[in-house]
Design a protein around this ligand. Sequence first.
Ligand code: PEP
Ligand code: CO
Length: 458
Amino acid sequence: MSGEDLTLFAGGSAWSPSSWRSKPARHQPAWPDAAEIEQATKALHDLPPLVFAGEARSLTGHLGRVADGEAFLLQAGDCAESFDSSADSIRDRLRVILQMAIVLTYSGGVPLVKVGRIAGQFAKPRSSPTETVGEVELPSFLGHMVNDIGFSEAERLPDPRRLLTAYHRAASTLNLLRAFTRGGYADLSRVASWNREFVASSPAGRRYSRMAEEIDRALRFMTACGVTTANTPQLHEVEFYTSHEALVLDYEEALTREDSTTGDWYDCSAHMLWIGERTRQLDGAHVEFLRGVRNPLGCKVGPTATADEVVALCELLNPQRVPGRLTLITRMGAGRIGTLLPPLLRAVRDSGHPVAWACDPMHGNTYTSESGRKTRHFDDVLAEISGFFAAHTACGTWPGGVHVELTGDAVTECVGGADKLIDADLERAFETLCDPRLNGRQSVDLAFRVAEMLSDRR
Ligand code: PEP
Ligand code: CO
């Protein structure tokens, strides 16, 4: 660590991109060969940044409006992205997120901040380090950044060369997203065309269709007044940001760069990074690493979090109290949010910390179905969001957003929703690499329900 790498934070201790190495780091891969991991991180270090500091600063600004109660965050995407995602699958995931965003903006009546769990969500913390099938015990699948999902010793061995593949997959995904969001695909006049495969085949699709007709009518009126999607960038393009869990710190450190205009450090692997529920220890390596980069940060907050711990996280991660710097993503479970969330909201409110609050209604509501599949019920997802809104209303705070796992593919991984999927349907198209995701119809359905909660709140 060189002298100039050190940054001294007001009241904090010295930070550098590698200072996390002196702290306990949970959920790191057991790389089998020290020389190989060194070679891979060195190669990553020499590659261009994936995102720019200025973009991360813009997102902090938008999230600051969420913290101030003036905008709503939609953070959504895959649980674990695959190296094998096709361009169509990436486009369809983006399309569902854009559809949800339109529903929330139009029916909910608030500006939306759109952040994908995409272009880098390749690493997973697992509850058990090993998986046993019959007599065979192997390392768990830790995401395509680390190993492969196939159940053999060779496939499950952590391979540092995957860090480089993760970088290149992230770069090509990001390139596609930039093209779709800037190149006309996201033009507001296309809202109806995004819905082609939903129309008439699901209640959420029909509801979406009616909304798209109203938007078209409004656009025709505006065109008659001289405001067209062609001459108005806000109607022609979408600001879309990327995020992932900053889990594998070798990867994140290697993509951390000093911004030449400000001298600040940014983790240039994504615009926003979050700390997972399993790695948010106050004295742990993940908090240490992320406190020093200037990207907007998320931190998951689960049922065991105490009010003191959450306020301490705010102090460590946002000592300068910058609105938009920190989003706390709560994931309590539908049955417990009503009792667990209000004390945290009050403690953070009373500490004066500006926090954007988002609800992850997925990770506290996972259960094993009778057929042995890990699944989630749409009604529990909805109930947790409803409890989130109620807790914020009771505490006088702003329910700032939702964080969901979804795909645009026609999977059957979560039960319930307008199509009333049941346990028996899970066998049909259960494709996830990790947690069960909402499919396109369930996602659009969810957006309408959240939009109702939002417009009631306003
Ligand atoms: C996730 O977001 O995929 C995840 C593992 O969540 P959590 O850290 O909240 O368990
Ligand atoms: Co998940």
